[in-house]
Design a protein around this ligand. Sequence first.
Ligand SMILES: Cc1cc2nc3c(=O)[nH]c(=O)nc-3n(C[C@H](O)[C@H](O)[C@H](O)COP(=O)(O)O)c2cc1C
Length: 103
Amino acid sequence: MGNDSARPALAQAAPDLSPYDVVFVGFPIWWYVEPRIVDTFLEACDLGGKAVVPFATSGSSGIHRAASRVRDIVPQARVLDGRMMNDRPSTSELEAWIRGLGL
Ligand SMILES: Cc1cc2nc3c(=O)[nH]c(=O)nc-3n(C[C@H](O)[C@H](O)[C@H](O)COP(=O)(O)O)c2cc1C
């Protein structure tokens, strides 16, 4: 919905992610995908060679379309399928999920 190429400005400079190999990126699903401000963030970060793990909340939509868009936006990163958080996973469920990512 709306303008896919809109890129609202970030309120602060993007963080230096150089110490990290894995970046978890969380957002609410808006119109089936990540909000455009998340696209601004992804493009502003140097994610080359990193694993990017999307996670999201929604009314009911899944994460597939968002993960696919994120892949298009940062082709230099390895974007995993990610996980919806609507089931309010416990800490142990999250730990099991993260261990299972094979990072
Ligand atoms: C502009 C807008 C678009 C949304 N589009 C969707 C959608 O396509 N599918 C869906 O399941 N939920 C949609 N939602 C619901 C949000 O995903 C949900 O409110 C959000 O994940 C809850 O997190 P929050 O409390 O941080 O807003 C939308 C919400 C807003 C405000």
